[in-house]
Every structure is written in structure tokens, then in C-alpha cells.
Design a protein around this ligand. Structure first.
Ligand code: PLP
Length: 390
């Protein structure tokens, strides 16, 4: 008889991404305190809620006051619409094949869609006819990101085409800022100037635009003048403000593992592929069964730390040598009471004694790897079991 063993049965692997929805709800509330009554809060829950689980993140953000949800993919928008959340949904990234497949259902479900070209408009209008329902369109303006969006000088043509089509309802005009995480960068003001003049031209064509939105987390924290009708918040809701702030925000994802073994090695012992590290004294090495296939960045090798919860307390210890696919090694020091089975916090909130050292953050890992916390959070791979704290 063959007994099927799931490839990654969570009972056989200690690694967990522990999600705290109350942190997302509280972060949403905290960000909401910055907003005037006229500004709604859109929780950006794309990329599976920045790695936290899209539905978990969406529910928590709504509990914290979000009235909009934003996702890149139409399929994500449909998944949100199907569970009947009390929020308006916007989706913005699709191509013709996907459009033909899912757009009629997207529009029938009352989801708002972004349009940034005449071609996209034609596809949305056709889907709206199929769905026999007016499409609620957010017109995306490319003010410098160079990704999707109409160029400002082409807006009148697109506006006129929208005005002529009874199946199109212009709900909003929007753009995305390239450099809001650097408040000193003049690019933001240049983008705002382009956006405002494009909106004025659009209003000439289609009449008053009900909603405008352009602020992400960084702009929401630093530029109240850019809040407009909706702010689109991602990273701040997950606890990682991209600019220095007094707004209390806490990480919502904690990545944990357990020590698989502890062994004493002499001075000069080499560790990992390429032997980039040798012990500089007699010490104890701890093996942790989590690696780059779980989402750790190999570029952070030998440059970051983890928190180990031993019998006598929490200790920050360095990760040493190259990060492997399934494992890392940490230096526990010459004298340690760490044992196989002890919990390891790779990053996040260890929730221990406030006087004990805190766990590293996704920001610490990002700095070690030369990237951003967005990438660290969304890299935690599908083989890591998500556990939602209740
Ligand atoms: C279009 C759009 N709006 C808003 C956001 C949220 O940005 P942040 O996570 O910096 O708040 C993103 C994220 O990349 C985005 O793509």
C-alpha cells in the first residue's frame, strides 16, 4: 500500500508565517487618524496581502476602517468580491487574454477597473456590454512611473472616447508616485503638477471627476495635501512605514522556525557553501531548517541575525555562512543553553519580555539583502504554512 505524504505537510516542517490580523486592523486605524473626513482608505492587498494572506489582510483592514480594497489582478478582485466584503474593490493590471476571460464577471460583480489606454477602454466597454452593466472606470494617468496609464497629453482623446460610451462611467482619475519615500525628491511635486493639469483637461471632456487618488503609504504619512479622496495604503498596514514616522505601526507577520540541532565546533571551522565564514573561536552552531526556498534572501547571507528563544531567555545571534536552499546556520556562542527544538524568530514580533532583545524586522533583513521590506514580506514562499493568530 502506498501512503501519500503531502510534499510539505505542516506537521513535518516547523516553519511558520504567523499573521496577526489585529496588527493590520490597528495599523489601519492608526493610519486612518491622519485622514480628514472626506478621504477614504483603500487597503492594498495585492500579492496575497503582501504575503499575509489576501483575505485575512482584507478583513482586518476593513475592521480597521478601510472602505476600499485594491489589488493588481482581476482574479484577486473576484476572490475578494465572492466573499462579500463590505468594501469597494479596484483592480488595475490585466492584458487582453485575461480581460476577455474574466472582465465581464469582474464588472458584473461591481468591481472598479483601471483604464490607461484606448485599447483598454475598448476592451472594458466590450465587457461592459456583455455584462450589460456600466463599467466604473478609474482613469490611470502616467505622470512618471512609465508603467500603465495614459500619457498626460493623450488624456483628452481618451476622455472624449469615455464620454461617448454609455457603458463607461468615469469614477476616478489616479496616478502612482515614484519617489514619495524620499520627501525631498522634487519628482513628487512634478508628478502632482502633471496629474492636476491632466485632471483639469479630463474634466473639460467628461465633466467633474468624482474621485482622485495618488497617495501611497509614504505620501499619506508625509503629504496631507495629497490625500485627496482616497489614499492607497499597502506597506504601512503591514507594519513597515517607508518613511520615519510617529504613527504607531507594528509588524503583522512573524517568520518562525526551530533549531534542528546544536553542535560544538572548534575555532577555524568552515560553514556553508563557498566557506565564506570560519569560526573565530570555539563555539556552538545552530542549524535552522529554513532557507532561500522558504523566502530568505541569499544576498543577506552572513549579514543578518535571528532571535533564539532558549530555556534561559531570548538571544539575538548572527546567521553565519551562506544561506542554503533549506537551511541556515547561526552562531550560538561558546556558552549556550540553546537546544534542538528551541524556537527561532527570523523576523517579526517575538512577543516576549519587553526588556529582552526584540526579533529582527523585515526591514533588517531587507537592509542585509540590499532590498526593501516589501520584497522580504512577499518572498515568504508558499511552502511556509501561514498561521493566523486569533
Ligand atoms: C498602484 C499602487 N497603489 C498603492 C500601492 C501601495 O503602496 P505602499 O505599499 O507603498 O503603500 C501600490 C503598491 O505597490 C501600488 O502598486
Amino acid at each position: 500500500m502506498t501512503i501519500p505524504i503531502p510534499a510539505e505537510d505542516p506537521r513535518h516542517v516547523p516553519n511558520r508565517a504567523v499573521i496577526d490580523p489585529s496588527a493590520i486592523a490597528q495599523n489601519t486605524r492608526s493610519m486612518g487618524t491622519l485622514l480628514g473626513d472626506q478621504t477614504a482608505l483603500m487597503a492594498v492587498v495585492k500579492a496575497d496581502g503582501y504575503g499575509h494572506g489576501m483575505l485575512t489582510a482584507a478583513r482586518a483592514a476593513i475592521e480597521g476602517g478601510a472602505t476600499w480594497l485594491g489589488v493588481a489582478h482581476p482574479a484577486s478582485a473576484l476572490a475578494l468580491a465572492r466573499i462579500g466584503l463590505d468594501a469597494q474593490i479596484l483592480t488595475w493590471l490585466y492584458e487582453p487574454h485575461t480581460m476577455r476571460e474574466v472582465l465581464p464577471e469582474v464588472l458584473s460583480s461591481g468591481i472598479d477597473v483601471s483604464v490607461g489606454s484606448l485599447e483598454m477602454l475598448a476592451m472594458v466597454a466590450e465587457a461592459a456590454r456583455q455584462a450589460d452593466r456600466r463599467a466604473r472606470v478609474h482613469l490611470k494617468i502616467d505622470t512618471g512611473m512609465g508603467r500603465n496609464g495614459v500619457l498626460p497629453w493623450q488624456i483628452r482623446e481618451l476622455g472624449a472616447a469615455m464620454r461617448e460610451d454609455d457603458f463607461i462611467e468615469v469614477t476616478a482619475a489616479w496616478t502612482h508616485l515614484t519617489s514619495a519615500d524620499d520627501p525631498a525628491d522634487p519628482a513628487t511635486d512634478q508628478q502632482v503638477e502633471l496629474f492636476d493639469s491632466a485632471c483639469a483637461a479630463l474634466e473639460d471632456e467628461v465633466g467633474p471627476i468624482p474621485l482622485q487618488h495618488l497617495a501611497n503609504s509614504a505620501a499619506t504619512l508625509t503629504r496631507p495635501d495629497l490625500h485627496r479622496d482616497i489614499v492607497r495604503l499597502g506597506i504601512a498596514l503591514y507594519g513597515y512605514p517607508p518613511v520615519t514616522t510617529d504613527v504607531p505601526l507594528r509588524p503583522a507577520l512573524t517568520l518562525t522556525s526551530r533549531l534542528a540541532m546544536v553542535k560544538e565546533v572548534p575555532e577555524g571551522h568552515s560553514i556553508g557553501y563557498g566557506r565564506i565564514r570560519r569560526t573565530d573561536r570555539r563555539t556552538h552552531l545552530g542549524l535552522v531548517p529554513i532557507g532561500y526556498a522558504d523566502g530568505l534572501h541569499r544576498a543577506a547571507s552572513d549579514r543578518c541575525e535571528v532571535l533564539v528563544r532558549t530555556g534561559s531567555g531570548d538571544r539575538r545571534v548572527p546567521q553565519v555562512g551562506r544561506i542554503s536552499m533549506d537551511q541556515i546556520v547561526v552562531d550560538l556562542g561558546p556558552d549556550t543553553d540553546a537546544r534542538a527544538g528551541d524556537q527561532v524568530f527570523v523576523f517579526g514580533d517575538a512577543g516576549g519580555d519587553p526588556n529582552a532583545p526584540a526579533a529582527p524586522t523585515a526591514d533588517d533583513w531587507a537592509q542585509a539583502a540590499g532590498t526593501i521590506p516589501y520584497e522580504v514580506l512577499t518572498s515568504v514562499s508558499g511552502r511556509v504554512t501561514r498561521e493566523v493568530r486569533s
